[in-house]
Structures are given as C-alpha cells and as structure tokens.
Design a protein around this ligand. Structure first.
Ligand code: HEC
Ligand code: HEC
Length: 287
C-alpha cells in the first residue's frame, strides 16, 4: 500500500513510498554512469544486428550490411596459401628431376610436401619413414624389388603393382604348393636353400639348390640376387619383403602372397607424385 515519500532517519535517504509490513524501500537509483553504459550497449547491439550477420531465417540468415562472413575470410586465406604454394608446385610439375634437385629451395618444398603426403597415404603400409613391415617393402633400405632410380620409383607410384591399372607392374610367383608344382618335401628342401640365402642357416640342401636352379632363378637370380624385371626380391639379403622365418618362407613358396600396391595417378596430381618420388628417393635407398 503506497505511503508517503519520507526521509529515512538512519540513512538520510528518501524512501520510494512503498512499504510492506512496516519495511520501507529506500530510493537508491542505479548510478548514472551504469545506466548510460547500459543504454549504449543496447544501441550498439542494434547497430551490430544491422551490420553483421544476425537474424536466422528458415532458408538462410540475414547477412548484415557489411556482408562479413568468417567462411569468406577462411576461403580467402586458403586461396592465398594455395596461390603461394602453386608457384612452387607448378614449377615442380614442369621441371625435370635434376633441375628440381639443383634448386635447393624447390627441393626442400618438394621433400616437405612429399613427407606430408607420405604420412597420409603411404605410411599405413610402408611404415614411418618408409621403414616397411612384413609384406610391405621398406623403401629406405635400398633393397628394391622394382628399382630405386627416380624414374623407377615414379613408375611404381603412378601405376602401382598388381593393383588393377592397365600399366601396373605385373608379375606372379607360381603357386608351387597350391598348384602342386612341387611336392611338400621339395618345398621343404628349397626352403632350406632359401634359409641359406637369407643367411639364417648354414645347413644347405643340395636337393633344394637343384630345385631352386630349376624353378626359381628366372625371377630370383641364380645366386638369389633378385630380378627387377619381374620384381623378384633379392633373397641373398638381410632385409626382406616378408618375415624371414622358415614357416613364412614355406608359406610363400606354397602360396605366394602377391602384395598389391595401389596406383596413385588418379588420386594425386603430377607435382605431388614428383614430390613423393623425391621424398622416397631421399629416404636412404635412392639410386
Ligand atoms: C595398401 C598398401 C600400400 C599403400 C597404401 C602403398 N603401398 Fe607402396 N607398396 C605396397 C606393396 C605391397 C608393395 C610391394 C609389391 C610387390 O610385391 O612388388 C609396394 C611397393 C612400393 C614401391 C616399390 C618398391 C620397390 O622395392 O621397388 C614403391 C616405390 C612404393 N610402394 C611407394 C609407395 C608410396 C609413395 C605410397 C603412397 C603414395 C605407397 N607406396 C602406398 C603396398 C602399399
Ligand atoms: C615368376 C617369377 C617367380 C618365380 C619363378 C619364383 N618367384 Fe619367388 N617371388 C616372386 C615375386 C614377384 C615375389 C614377391 C611378391 C610377393 O609375394 O608379394 C617373390 C617372393 C618370394 C619370397 C619372399 C621374399 C622376401 O623378401 O620376403 C621367397 C622366399 C620366394 N619368392 C621364394 C621362391 C622360391 C623358393 C621359388 C622357386 C621354387 C620362387 N620364389 C619362384 C617371383 C617369383
């Protein structure tokens, strides 16, 4: 019930005239500076609403008079980086390998690009830094199946190996066991010979050596030195495509694994493939 406005005897302030059960309300308005700031922010929010994207709609939103959009800003930034990069990438695509390698800055750009693309696309099979894993060849070791020159590496990447491309590298080790080309004891004997070539056994098998000479040398070389024409691995080596235990060797002879390497010509552009080639070549095994 409104009562009259009076002066409070304790605080010396005026009351508002409101009173509840004998409790009176002092008239303590908000400080002026606070009210002004409040009004200013309300006005500012109105201005902001008009200038910047604000009111959502059903099929879009009000874009604001300034037309500002974070998406546009990001797109402009990305376009700037792509443009900057394309200067290098265009040159990498256009120049022959030896010219790229003579240009230290360009080579650094190519190898950095190659490293990033390798980590995204190749590392799952070939391991970090091309270290390889059973069934997936090490690319840093220098024990190449198909060849370690820049042109060889590029061909392997562009067309792949047994991956279905018309120009893919092809070769198939015969299935000596599955197709009954060798008897089980002959497979064991030739596996003994392979273990000698691997340097993991000194107990040779004359019978195994004979079977090897008759069946294997075309692709693996008479001394197990390999044959790059057909991607036949060097067996006289300490690094191998597959695991180097005897059971794996027996399994390979009976039913070869025939690993598949995808082709990348439809997935990566020319400059990226050349960058990858330079990166792989520089991993340690390049010829
Ligand atoms: C799905 C697994 C897989 C992926 C992914 C893969 N590779 Fe391979 N790659 C293989 C296999 C398996 C071989 C060996 C095939 C054979 O038996 O000859 C191989 C062989 C190669 C060779 C030939 C090696 C030699 O000794 O001659 C090169 C070079 C190569 N890969 C590079 C790459 C690069 C670069 C990438 C990424 C763009 C890549 N690979 C991605 C599985 C893969
Ligand atoms: C027509 C060619 C060809 C013939 C013949 C052939 N191989 Fe192979 N061999 C290959 C190829 C290609 C590979 C690697 C491909 C794969 O399995 O992924 C291979 C892989 C191997 C490996 C695994 C090597 C490693 O680094 O892990 C062994 C072991 C092997 N062969 C043994 C033999 C033996 C033993 C014979 C004879 C009984 C033989 N091969 C005959 C083509 C041949």
């Amino acid at each position: 019930m409104p009562t009259k406005i009076e002066k409070d005897s304790i605080s010396g302030q005026l009351t508002t005239g409101h009173e509840w059960d004998g409790i009176k309300e002092l008239n303590r308005p908000l400080p002026k500076w606070w009210v002004y700031i409040f009004v200013a922010t309300v006005i500012w929010s109105g201005v902001y609403f008009v200038l910047y994207p604000s009111i959502p709609g059903i099929s879009g939103y009000f874009h604001g008079l300034l037309g500002y959009s974070t998406r546009d800003t990001v797109e402009a930034d990305v376009a700037a980086v792509v443009k900057q990069r394309s200067v290098y990438m265009d040159r990498i695509a256009a120049l022959p390998y030896d010219a790229i390698r003579r240009d230290r800055q360009l080579l650094a750009v190519a190898e950095t690009a190659g490293r990033i693309v390798f980590a995204d696309n190749c590392q799952p099979c070939h391991g970090a830094g091309g270290g390889g894993s059973p069934g997936f060849p090490a690319l840093a070791a220098g024990n190449w199946l198909w060849g370690g020159k820049l042109a060889d590496i590029e061909t392997s990447i562009v067309f792949g190996i047994r991956g279905g491309h018309d120009n893919a590298r092809q070769s198939a080790m015969p299935r000596f066991g599955v197709d009954a080309m060798l008897k089980p004891d002959e497979i064991q004997a030739v596996a003994d010979h392979v273990m000698v070539l691997y340097g993991k056994s000194t107990v040779g098998s004359p019978a195994g050596a004979k079977i090897f000479a008759e069946n294997c040398v075309a692709c693996h070389g008479d001394a197990g030195q390999g044959n790059r024409e057909v991607g036949g691995p060097r067996l006289a080596s300490r690094t191998h495509l597959n695991a180097d235990d005897r059971a794996t060797v027996v399994g390979q002879i009976a039913n070869p694994r025939m690993g598949v390497m995808p082709h990348w010509n439809t997935r990566l552009d020319q400059a990226t493939i050349k960058s990858l080639t330079l990166y792989v070549h520089a991993l340690g095994g390049g010829e």
